[in-house]
Design a protein. Structure first.
Lengths: 176, 240
């Protein structure tokens, strides 16, 4: 038997089992190997220590008296409505992840189906003459797919500049 | 045994382990300890406890107190601390009994609360980086040099506590549940919230860490003994 094999056996049997060495090959190896003998000693110690943790403990005479007090305090501290609230919270806590997933799903569906709203019309004019221009009226170049209101206004002003004096053209965004 | 089914391959050590665990159990164990003997009575007590009957709840706890005390006792040294922890467990159980599903087994439910409380306790205490021979009390050194053959149970418990304090809370929980409480790997995996192979690996590592810590102590103890022997020889030669 090699040290590796002996170590493996000792680690496995060191789990609290009776470590009397009955395996002849292991016994022979241990007689010749100081290191494995020490490992056996450690395994036996480990089993003895863990065994010492197995202890029967009986509650003291005042244990249940104290517990009764604490239960009474807990019962008076937590009235029926609070207890029901706690219970409701217990159930709600399980529902929260499902609800969160549902909200996320709905938000995703709304975004993917709804897309972006077309921008509102913009107003531009000369003097008192103010005109509103919607996206359809502007006839923007095809490259601009979804223009913002600022872009639309800039386009209107640019058109006005072409037609007349830029100083006389004023533009405003239409508010809802 | 005539007619007994053959043991499955790879489980040759199982009968030994089983008989060991059986012999560990006390002969005078309460029959209703796990609530198996009288499930109807237990169900009735649960029902009454859920309605707020303290006496029924106390009777229910008394059926299961032995296991819970043993569990807390394997993590805590002082009796008062054990009682405090068990009281915490029972109080938590009282506050949660309204959510207990009737018909479900009560013992694992209560045990789970106790294990969680023990785990919380382990996480709250500071982990010791290592154990040195100089830290040990005289009785613990005697136990160590006797290689565990000493009958000093208190020294053994103190030494075990020191060694286990060097492990991580999860490792300590795993090794204690397995070696002291005798839980199966599947149960440990469920408590630790991991798979069975992961629980096995954790257990193996915990054992190895514990043995490494012990080996360090044994080595230090041997070196100390050698030094003392050498000093003794020198003193003798000086005397001559």
């Amino acid at each position: 038997m090699t040290c590796h094999g002996a170590n493996k056996r000792l680690t496995r049997e060191g789990s609290g089992a009776d470590l009397s060495i009955q395996d002849e090959a292991l016994a022979l190896h241990l007689a010749a190997c100081d290191r494995c003998t020490q490992a056996l000693r450690t395994a036996r110690l480990s089993a003895a220590l863990l065994g010492a943790l197995r202890e029967e403990i009986e509650p003291g005479p005042s244990f249940y008296l104290q517990l009764r007090e604490r239960l009474r305090a807990a019962a008076s501290g937590i009235g029926q409505p609070e207890a029901m609230l706690l219970q409701a919270w217990g159930y709600a806590r399980r529902l929260v992840p499902a609800l969160a997933l549902g909200v996320l799903f709905l938000a995703g569906v709304t975004i993917s189906l709804g897309g972006r709203r077309p921008p509102l019309p913009v107003e531009a004019g000369r003097g008192r003459e103010v005109q509103a221009f919607s996206l359809e009226e502007l006839n923007l170049p095809a490259a601009v797919e979804q223009p913002s209101q600022d872009q639309m206004l800039a386009f209107v002003l640019m058109q006005g500049e072409v037609r007349g004096s830029a100083a006389e053209v004023r533009g405003t965004r239409s508010e809802r | 045994m005539p007619g007994a089914p053959p043991a499955p391959a790879g489980l040759s050590s199982l009968p030994d382990r089983l008989t060991r665990r059986m012999s560990d159990r006390k002969e005078d164990e309460e029959p209703a300890e796990a609530g198996r003997e009288d499930p109807q009575r237990e169900a009735l007590l649960i029902e009454q406890a859920q309605r707020g009957n303290h006496e029924a709840f106390e009777a229910l706890l008394k059926l299961h107190q032995r296991r819970i005390f043993a569990l807390a006792g394997s993590f805590l040294r002082r009796r008062q601390d054990v009682e405090d922890l068990v009281q915490e467990v029972f109080l938590k159980a009282y506050l949660a009994i309204g959510r207990f599903r009737p018909g479900a087994p009560f013992a694992p439910w209560l045990h789970r609360i106790a294990v969680n409380a023990c785990y919380d306790h382990l996480r709250s205490i500071r982990r010791r980086p290592e154990v040195a021979l100089d830290d040990l009390a005289e009785r613990e050194k005697v136990f160590l040099s006797a290689a565990g053959q000493s009958d000093d149970r208190a020294a053994a418990r103190d030494l075990a506590e020191r060694i286990l304090a060097t492990l991580s809370p999860k490792d300590r929980l795993a090794i204690t549940l397995r070696e002291v409480q005798g839980l199966e790997i599947a149960e440990i995996a469920s408590v630790l919230g991991c798979t069975r192979p992961a629980a096995k690996v954790r257990l193996f590592r915990a054992r190895r860490a514990m043995q490494a810590a012990l080996q360090g102590l044994v080595r230090q103890e041997e070196q100390m003994a050698k030094r003392l022997r050498r000093r003794g020889r020198d003193d003798v030669s000086w005397g001559e």
